[in-house]
Design a protein around this ligand. Structure first.
Ligand code: SF4
Length: 536
């Protein structure tokens, strides 16, 4: 470990001479000792290897808060593992994980199947050579077989069947053979806007430890050009704080369901759990979270909505895994040279940049607006949400889908560029989750492989579900450009929607629109793409 680590090193026991029965390499997103395949054996028999890789940190323009969250959790996890009796080898490297593992000179290291495709690819040569032996990753709620048996290996992949299989197989939220409350989904009851009541909680805060402060300094010096700010008082960084975050989330659960889709300038998180960043690095195991949700007294629409989100997470992971990052899906593709998420300060070496053809069903080729980093589009909904992302590296799923994804889709932004932006900017983004969410749902880049239709809307939806329009220079009922952009999107891509019955009503309405309005729609699209998507 180099500079920026003296506090951590002073707390870390030197286990270089330790000779446990085996060494287990845990990745940055496998920070839970429950994942140890030998957890029933004495702890001293399994040494833990953890690696901080500068080259991984520099592969994308990651938000400073994301880098901080991962580094601080890795370091505290190392100390927790030592306290529990595991020998720990904690490596800092400027190179990648494979080279760091090779340098350890341990003849055989064990590992768990990586969730990220990029990491699976990177470790493959060590697995092939026998230096690394892979074990199943037990930090998921559903086996791949359930997915394949319900949905098969080829698209379309519809979440509903997989979700029902989970419910039936586990008996969770089931009364015998029937779903609790008489239906599998309470989505229709979870679409309330929020008018200030019930009172939304303050954002959760956590004690900043000396380890956290050191990580903040390290990130600010090593990644000074990266976007965003680091403030670890906003992020749980150790096992105690992870439990505090879980308690916070469970307190919000009763109100989570009804206001799940609401957005407000007065509360970024409303009643959302904000736990994805912890669950995705397994600081909180999905099984533990599921048990907590089922134990918490909350109306069925809240409990069911939360459980469905947990299973959505499993579903996207299976889709990504089974298609090898959509490689096996037959869909229009385009090549995309720009992989820096439109963040121009720095040189980024994305390890998947050997892949040049990316899903792009609608052949959308405009550049991501710089406003996705600078929040100066003049569209209050977009600027409000972007501000929140720059500040926290987070916003909940509806602003992601119905503002960030929606507006990018309406502007024909290249879906790969948008995905790269989400990947860099969000504290909970990893390839297995961000790629299906953005390419499959937030945009229509995968066609009907996951969703039956694109998630696009005009101003009416944003006005109904948020208070963003009140502070906007545009009027959602009179002159909001998003509505014209919506109609032009439908008209522009109409050939791609032929035969899609879920698009028949918007298509019919689009055809009925008079020529003057259609001209204005087209001019609005041209003006706004010129204004926001200009090339660099
Ligand atoms: Fe967004 Fe239009 Fe509402 Fe302004 S009026 S906040 S641009 S939807």
């Amino acid at each position: 470990m180099g500079s920026g680590s003296s506090v951590f090193i002073s707390k870390l026991r030197d286990d270089t001479a330790a000779r446990p029965k085996r060494w287990l390499y845990l990745l940055y997103d496998q920070l839970n000792l429950e994942l140890n395949p030998w957890k029933d054996e004495p702890t001293e028999s399994t040494g833990i290897v953890l690696i901080e890789s500068l080259s991984k940190g520099k592969s994308r323009p990651y938000h400073k808060q994301k880098l901080g969250l991962i580094l601080a959790n890795m370091r505290s996890f190392a100390l927790e593992a030592q306290r529990k009796g595991h020998p720990v080898r904690y490596i800092g490297t400027t190179s990648d994980y494979s080279q760091a593992l090779l340098k350890l000179n341990i003849p055989l290291i064990h590992c768990l199947k990586p969730a990220e495709l990029t990491t699976r690819k990177e470790l493959q040569s060590l697995l092939d050579s026998g230096r690394l032996r892979q074990h199943p990753h037990t930090g998921w709620l559903t086996p791949r077989d359930w997915f394949v048996e319900e949905l098969g290996l080829n698209p379309p992949y519809r979440m509903d069947k997989f979700y029902k299989r989970f419910r039936k197989e586990t008996g969770i939220l089931m009364d015998g053979k029937a779903p609790t409350g008489g239906k599998y989904s309470f989505d229709s009851e979870n679409r309330m806007s929020w008018k200030g009541q019930p009172i939304a909680p303050e954002d959760p805060r956590f004690e900043v430890t000396d380890l956290d402060r050191e990580v903040e300094e390290l990130v600010n010096s090593t990644f000074s050009d990266n976007p965003g700010k680091i403030d670890l008082s906003k992020a749980p960084t150790n096992d105690t704080q992870a439990l505090e975050a879980l308690d916070f989330a469970m307190l919000q659960l009763p109100n989570f369901g009804p206001y799940e889709d609401a957005m407000s300038i007065h509360s970024k998180g409303l009643f959302h759990s904000r736990l994805a960043s912890l669950v995705n690095i397994h600081r909180i195991m999905p099984a533990h979270l599921l048990k907590s949700v089922l134990r918490t007294p909350a109306p069925i629409n809240s409990t069911e909505g939360f459980v469905r989100q947990l299973i959505w997470r499993e579903y996207v992971k299976h889709v990504h895994d089974i298609t090898n990052g959509f490689e096996s899906i037959s869909v229009n593709r385009t090549s995309t040279d720009i992989r820096d998420a439109m963040w121009y300060r720095g040189d980024y070496t994305d390890s998947s940049s050997d892949v040049t053809q990316h899903p792009n069903h609608l052949t959308q080729e405009n550049n991501l607006p710089i406003s996705y980093w600078t929040s100066d589009s003049g569209l209050n909904c977009l600027d409000t949400v972007v501000n929140s992302v720059i500040e926290d590296g987070w916003t909940h799923h509806i602003p992601r889908l119905m503002v960030l994804g929606n507006i990018a889709s309406l502007l024909d932004v290249n879906p790969r560029q948008l995905t790269d932006w989400f990947h860099a900017a969000f504290i909970d983004a990893y390839d297995w989750v961000v790629e299906p969410n953005v390419l499959g749902m937030g945009t229509f880049a995968l066609g009907e492989s996951m969703m039956t239709k694109p998630y696009v809307s005009g101003a009416a939806y944003i006005n109904r579900m948020s208070d963003y329009c009140k502070g906007c220079q545009y009027d959602p009922k009179k002159n909001c450009p998003i509505t014209n952009l919506y109609w032009d999107f439908i008209s522009r891509h109409s050939e791609s929607f032929i035969g899609n019955h879920r698009m028949s009503i918007p298509m019919r309405n689009s055809l009925r629109r008079d020529e003057d309005k259609k001209n204005i729609d087209r001019q609005t699209f041209e003006a706004w793409t010129r204004r926001l998507c200009k090339s660099t």
